[in-house]
Structure formats: structure tokens, C-alpha cells
Write a protein that binds this ligand. Structure first.
Ligand SMILES: *Cc1c(COP(=O)(O)O)cnc(C)c1O
Length: 388
């Protein structure tokens, strides 16, 4: 089989207009710290109905500075879901805080608001309440933000929504910006839109936005309102806190703005492909991604589970069969608490049974805008052969 015939599980969609946008920036005075970053942030604010957007070099950096801006530090706790990329949990450890997990809802595969409520009630009794909870919009399906917000109001934690999968998703008829204290997006090439590497933090809170802008660039400011001796001279800047170089370049931002202009059509193709999978896979012994009436998934991932009640074919067998057929299936995710670096902290198998059960049977099959109907038919035929 030639590489051309291989179907990846995901890949970026790059047009001539995207290329032209990057080339125009290459020929402009600014490769970084120029006008393209602000334009990209404006587009993100518009599309997600958020007050502010702070674009950075990747979503991991956005999670880190969001935690810092919300004051997370040693002695604090951050809770997230085990079914996510490791970055959703690691951000707490960068700040010297402790991580714990909340089990998933087996239908949405997102952090379960019920499990969260139970764990919070216990933590209140034990005096171990979290400072930040990180719900992750798994596969692009927004979390139960109304329930999580009600719990945040009752127990006093902040919500850091990891919406790395959910660029362009809708919740209760509105875009996902502003539902959390901070909402993080990723622009890695496998995600909904790309900047090569890139991420952003959205917030309605001007203080958090200001803090994240400082942290993104060394904690350095030239803003006369923020420096101690504003009359020093035009060259003058001050480092007012310890920050990082987490900046995104103008080249990346120009690509991102161009990509965002196609978001509706990219979403429509993903939605059409997801509906086709829903129909074509309905007869197989599989659990398919949930569709919820009050929210619209961004369809980042199409993750199936082999239903143990209707099939005894192992996930490993299905994975191997599809790989042999040239289909790039993947698994999202190995539960974070089972990673060796987390087991070292004391986590163990059996602690989050719904997440572990989901992991045993989960498989992500190809879904990206350039996937053709014929390629999708090949994926379905391969699944039907191994499971039928
Ligand atoms: C991709 C991803 C990240 C990290 O994104 P980067 O931009 O690669 O740093 C974080 N959380 C989730 C849920 C992701 O899928």
C-alpha cells in the first residue's frame, strides 16, 4: 500500500488563501509582535463571543498562564478529567499545585457533573476543595457548563474550560466563550483550525486578560499605567512579574485568521461526515459519540467504543485490523492518572472506573474536512469486516 492510500485519523486543511496570508506576512515588516496577532485575537473574540482573547504559542502555555493568572500555587488543588491530553492536568503541577481527577459521564465522556458534586461535598467535609476545575470538551462536545457553574458558585472554585477540541462549538445556542472564567483553545494541526502550533485563552474578565498578557511576554510592560516611573523615557519598560516567552508569531496568527474565516464550512463538512458515520455504523456493536439537544459538537474526534454486551472483539484487534487496512485509527486518551508520572504521585488503576472502562474499548476513527465519502466508506467497510 502506498502512503497516498493511507487515511490518517486527522489532518489539517490548508488552502491557497492560507498560504497567501502567510506569504504576505513574510513580506511585511513584522514576523512577530506585529498587527497579525491582534487581528487573530479579534477574530477569536468575535467567533466565540468572549470579552478578550490572549493568543499564545500553544494551548499548554495558555493553560499554564490561566492557572497563574487565577493565583494557583503550592497548597492549592486543581481537578480535571482523566480522559484528556496530559496538558489539562500538568498545568497545575507547573504551578506547584496538586492534581486530582473527577470520573467521566459514560455517555458524553466529559467530566461528570454528578461525580463532581459528590467529590466536592466530600472535599468540603475534608477541607480539600479545589481552587480550579478544568472541564474538557471531549471530542468537541461542550461540557455541562450550567451544572458546573452552579457548583462553582456554591463551592467557590474557578472554571478553566479546556476547549482545545471545541473551536466553533455551541452551548445552549451560543458560542463557548465566556461560559468559564477562562476558556482555552488549541491550534495544533490535528485540531479544528491550525496555526502550526498555537493556542489562546478567552475570558470576559479584564483583570485575568491583563495578567495573562503580561505572563505571555516575560511579565514585561510598557503601559504607563502599570510602571513605577512612567516619565523615564520612550525606551523604558518594566518587568512587573515573572513571566515567560509564550508569544505566538505573526506568521502563525495570519494563518489562524485565514483558517478561522472558513470555520463554518469546515464545521459543516465535519458534521456531515459525523452524521454519515452515525447512520452507517448504527448496525454494528458500537457506542457512538453522544448528540445532545442543547449543544453542538465541534466534531474534533469521532470516537467509537466496542460495546462489550454485543461483541467480544477486542479493541486491540479492531485497532490492528484497521491499521493493516491503511486506516490511521488512534486512541483518545490513555487515562492521565494511569501514566507512570501520575502513578508515581499515588494514583492507581480502579480509582476512576468509568474512565478506565471507556479507555478499554475506545477507538478514534478518521474525521477531518478533506476525508472523502469514498474514504469514509473504506473505514466503515474495514470496521464491518472485523466486527460484523
Ligand atoms: C491538544 C490538546 C492540548 C494541548 O494543546 P497544544 O496546543 O498542543 O499545547 C491540551 N488539552 C487538550 C484536551 C488537547 O486536546
Amino acid at each position: 500500500m502506498t502512503p497516498v492510500d493511507r487515511i490518517p485519523y486527522s489532518t489539517q486543511s490548508i488552502t491557497e488563501a492560507d498560504i497567501a496570508a502567510v506569504v504576505a506576512t513574510l513580506q511585511s515588516p513584522f514576523l512577530t509582535q506585529g498587527p497579525a496577532v491582534g487581528a487573530f485575537e479579534d477574530a477569536l473574540v468575535q467567533l466565540h463571543a468572549a470579552g478578550h482573547a490572549v493568543a499564545v504559542c500553544n494551548a499548554t502555555a495558555a493553560l499554564h498562564i490561566a492557572c497563574m493568572a487565577m493565583g494557583l500555587g503550592p497548597g492549592d488543588r486543581l481537578w480535571t478529567t482523566p480522559i484528556s491530553f496530559v496538558a489539562s492536568a500538568n498545568c497545575a503541577r507547573y504551578c506547584g499545585a496538586e492534581v486530582d481527577f473527577v470520573d467521566i459521564d459514560p455517555v458524553t465522556r466529559n467530566l461528570s457533573p454528578l461525580a463532581l458534586a459528590e467529590k466536592l461535598a466530600q472535599a468540603e467535609r475534608d477541607g480539600t476543595l479545589p481552587k480550579i476545575v478544568v472541564p474538557v470538551d471531549f471530542g468537541g462536545l461542550p461540557c455541562d457548563m450550567a451544572e458546573i457553574r452552579a457548583l462553582a458558585d456554591r463551592y467557590g472554585f474557578r472554571i478553566l474550560q479546556d476547549a482545545s477540541h471545541a473551536v466553533g462549538a455551541q452551548y445552549q445556542g451560543r458560542p463557548i466563550g465566556g461560559l468559564a472564567d477562562v476558556t482555552v483553545l488549541s491550534f495544533h494541526p490535528v485540531k479544528i483550525v491550525t496555526t502550526g502550533e498555537g493556542g489562546a485563552a478567552l475570558t470576559d474578565n479584564p483583570e485575568l486578560a491583563r495578567a495573562m498578557r503580561l505572563l505571555r511576554s516575560h511579565g514585561v510592560t510598557r503601559d504607563s499605567a502599570e510602571i513605577s516611573t512612567p516619565d523615564e523615557g520612550g525606551w523604558y519598560y518594566e518587568q512587573v512579574t515573572l513571566g515567560y516567552n509564550y508569544r505566538i508569531t505573526d506568521l502563525q496568527a495570519a494563518l489562524g485568521t485565514s483558517q478561522l474565516s472558513r470555520l463554518p464550512e469546515l464545521w459543516q463538512r465535519r458534521d456531515a461526515l459525523a452524521r454519515r458515520y452515525d447512520e452507517m455504523l448504527a448496525g454494528l456493536p458500537l457506542l457512538l459519540p453522544a448528540r445532545c439537544a442543547d449543544r453542538q459538537s465541534a466534531h474534533h474526534l469521532y470516537t467509537i467504543e466496542i460495546d462489550p454486551k454485543r461483541s467480544n472483539v477486542s479493541r486491540r484487534a479492531v485497532y490492528d485490523a484497521l491499521q493493516t487496512d491503511g486506516i490511521g485509527v488512534n486512541v483518545h486518551y490513555i487515562p492521565i492518572h494511569l501514566q507512570p508520572d501520575y502513578r508515581r504521585l499515588g494514583f492507581a488503576a480502579g480509582q476512576f472506573p468509568a474512565a478506565e472502562e471507556y479507555y478499554r474499548r475506545a477507538l478514534t476513527i478518521p474525521l477531518y474536512p478533506a476525508l472523502s465519502d469514498a474514504q469514509q466508506d473504506r473505514v466503515v467497510a474495514s470496521l464491518t469486516r472485523v466486527l460484523g
